[in-house]
Design a binder for this molecule. Structure first.
Ligand code: KG4
Ligand code: ZN
Length: 348
């Protein structure tokens, strides 16, 4: 019988080894990804992402069943490609790290089942990783950030503000009450038929607009509890274009983007100042936003706070962050057993 375990103390596969090849597998939403991190070389050997945007674009959002079916087809392919690009064989893999929460349940189950099957057949230990934890640690693949640091996770499903005290010690300080930052970018994109996801297109079109043209609401900007709310902003954009049929789309988008960015920058800065923390990391897909990067850098540097953001490939969903987080957890003694489940809403 398989026994539940979150420590490798009683498990047979506990050979301590410093130079591990860690295979990361990510399938929490609509991207199937596989990556290999070498703990000995402290670098990524491969990082493969297979996007499903073309499949979901006609529906204006991710269709969960289609996402699961695509993962079923694509995960073995991305794993093969990750091995090939790393110049490794599956027998060279020492540890498998897989996203098991949070996300679309069908998508998570496909990735987790694949990882368990591979781990079982090849006798490789495996670890289930929390997707948000991985986003917040991804920066360390490129740059060492001293603890504690403020982490702002902004993606299609999350707008969460954390203080990271150490690997495994995450203090959630604030979150969105309704839409996530990426979600509001995608919903506003939908209002203007910009395709899915709307975020990257809005980023591009906003460069041609005036961010001060329209004063959109900045909900909770002075909130002491670090809450966020973006659903009213989406409604405000919708009302504005109804009342102003001759609107300039680039100005509307630039002003909308500025409102989101203002709130995010303000809250991250406020938390860093309140806790006297000198490093802020922004991660998740929205961290690719050029205006957010620019304003974070500008505002934080005035207060002598260091701003770090992973390269875009490590901001959006990827398996490199899963492989790396698996390594960090392995060093802390983690290993999971075969009854590990997938959780769509698990809080970190
Ligand atoms: O982290 P991610 O790849 O997947 C989730 O875990 O959700 O984030 C995807 C989100 C989408 O909402 C997308 O519109 C947004 O990130 N996004 C952007 C940009 N690039 C991606 N939002 C604003 N500006 C961008 N450049
Ligand atoms: Zn994500």
């Amino acid at each position: 019988m398989f026994k539940e375990s979150t420590s490798r103390e009683n498990l047979p596969l506990s050979a301590p080894k410093a130079n591990l090849n860690i295979l990361g597998i990510e399938s929490s939403c609509d991207d199937a990804a596989a990556s290999i991190y070498s703990s000995g070389q402290k670098k990524l050997l491969s990082n493969v992402v297979s996007s499903q945007i073309k499949v979901h674009n006609p529906f204006g959002g991710v269709v969960p069943e289609l996402a699961s079916r695509e993962h079923f087809k694509n995960i073995p392919l991305v794993v093969d490609q990750a091995l090939q690009e790393a110049g490794l064989d599956v027998d060279d893999i020492d540890l498998i790290s897989v996203t098991h929460a949070p996300g679309l349940i069908g998508s998570l189950l496909v990735g987790l089942a694949y990882a368990k099957g591979l781990a079982f057949s090849k006798n490789i230990p495996f670890i289930g990783v929390h997707h948000i934890e991985a986003h917040m640690l991804a920066i360390h693949i490129e740059k060492k950030i001293p603890f504690p640091y403020v982490a702002l996770v902004v993606s299609g499903g999350h707008t969460h503000l954390y203080v990271i005290h150490d690997v495994g010690e995450y203090e959630l300080v604030g979150a969105t009450c309704d839409d996530a930052a990426g979600e509001v970018f995608d919903k506003v994109g939908k209002i203007f038929n910009l395709g899915f996801p709307g975020g990257p297109v809005i980023d591009r079109l906003s460069k041609k607009g005036n961010p001060k043209a329209i004063s959109f609401p900045r909900a909770f900007i002075k909130d002491e509890q670090f809450r966020f709310s973006f659903s009213g902003l989406k409604t405000a954009v919708s009302y504005y274009i109804q009342k102003n049929p001759h609107y300039n789309i680039n100005d509307v988008l630039a002003s909308f983007q500025e409102a989101v960015v203002d709130v995010l920058v303000h809250k991250a800065l406020k938390l860093a100042l309140k806790r006297n923390i000198s490093n802020v990391v922004v991660c998740g897909g929205v961290a690719c936003n050029s205006r957010l990067r620019e304003r974070m850098d500008e505002v934080l540097s005035v207060h002598k706070i260091n701003f770090s953001v992973p390269t875009p490939k490590l901001c959006a969903d990827n398996a490199a962050m899963i492989a790396y987080t698996g390594w960090e957890l392995w060093k802390k003694g983690r290993q999971d057993n075969f009854d590990l489940n997938a959780f769509p809403n698990k809080v970190l």
